[in-house]
Design a protein around this ligand. Sequence first.
Ligand SMILES: Cc1cc2nc3c(=O)[nH]c(=O)nc-3n(C[C@H](O)[C@H](O)[C@H](O)COP(=O)(O)OP(=O)(O)OC[C@H]3O[C@@H](n4cnc5c(N)ncnc54)[C@H](O)[C@@H]3O)c2cc1C
Length: 446
Amino acid sequence: MAHASRRAELAAAMQSSGAGSAAPLGLGKRCSNLFRDRREAPKRRLDLSSFCHVLDIDTSSGWVDVEGLTTYEELVAHTLPHGVMPAVVPQLKTITVGGAAAGVGIEATSHRQGLVHDTLLALDVLLPDGQVVHCTPDNEYRDLFFGFSNSYGTLGYALRLRLRTLPVKPYVKVAHLPFDAPGAFFSALAGQCQGDADFVDGVVFGAQQQVINRACFVDAAPWLSDYSFEHIYYRSLLDRGVDYLTVQDYIWRWDTDWFWCSKNLHAQQPLVRRLLGRSRLNSRFYTRVMRWNARWGVTRRLARWRGHFTESVIQDVDIPIASASDFLAFLLREIGILPVWICPVRGPAPAAEFTLYPLTPDTLYVNFGFWDVVETTQSYEPGHFNRLVEREVMRLGGIKSLYSDSYFAPDEFAQAYGLAHYQALKARYDPAGRMLGLYEKCVLRA
Ligand SMILES: Cc1cc2nc3c(=O)[nH]c(=O)nc-3n(C[C@H](O)[C@H](O)[C@H](O)COP(=O)(O)OP(=O)(O)OC[C@H]3O[C@@H](n4cnc5c(N)ncnc54)[C@H](O)[C@@H]3O)c2cc1C
């Protein structure tokens, strides 16, 4: 009932605010994990923040009904007491369910479960004209069901989603397997994806240092580690062969240090860590600081003062496993960002083609996550290093997430992201062009 009344209020608000406004619709949201600087063009901001509730959990059928602006932190807090978790939980607590479905969500269960959108059973989408449609894989809105992922709020907003869940046990045992050569590392990664691990991810620390983290649910733990304050998870991968965490601490293991990016805020120094305190060691706080830095250009100015030039390279890319070693060699040679997060992901089942994020069915991909600033003494054209990444990803038959900077030419973009499908979806669901287009939003930063 509460969900229905929130919808009725929204419909009334859209009717009263929309008349006569030519500005495109935009989502009014306080926290975002979008890492591209946007031009502040006028937008008709739609406040959907009240759509942040977990509505229903069915443990026997294995699904949860949740509103679109619910954060994964909230969702996990609701599901764990029922003995289940969403089948894929992106690592950052503030990512919302709608954001992960409209973008591309991934985690260490993805070797079996696929991406967040592969775990979707149904979704209700608020269209730009105020209508709400219920989309499933086999109803009249199946084109939107399969075209919603990677649409980034340009076709409509997810108000309610039904996601698959997995049963959990109280603890997770993590084995850290060391490697000293990319070839052996990626072939062992493929092997682990065939096995019975509940979670598989990895980290590349260098050309001669990689670690696979193979994790399984367990009923009991001989000891428990805590990486939510003084100890740093990614460093433990090199120090410990085996580790035990509660399932909740395992799910949020990367959030405390934003993987390792907290180092840019000096938050890995023991004194700074204590001064910041447990409550600030999380992605929510770091994102705020980063946005402040982007607004005032502090890092860029400091680099210029030292005579250096900077380019932010914050990317997640999916590469077919057969080309993973080649991509890593390129990354180490041309970009040089370390560490790199590695997450295997299963391509979709043949019948489930997500049109705007096309992956080859039943193929194993490797997600490479690399997030840092490339600093050089030589000046390059804007986006030089990001362009190198885009070209290499396309050359190797991979695909890049669009949450950060993109520089694709229109024809490359059309080829990479199923633009023919997108145009058909846009014509059906936003014929008046009330929302921005995908290229305008993701490449032109409108
Ligand atoms: C450093 C970094 C690391 C990341 N690592 C991971 C990772 O490991 N795993 C992972 O899964 N993801 C990761 N992401 C990507 C993240 O999942 C996406 O950026 C996701 O879209 C963010 O969701 P959000 O809820 O924060 O939405 P926002 O950042 O607020 O919005 C993202 C986009 O989605 C649209 N959107 C938001 N909510 C809705 C909705 N309800 N309906 C329709 N459109 C909507 C917005 O309009 C916007 O275009 C990472 C991002 C960053 C910056």
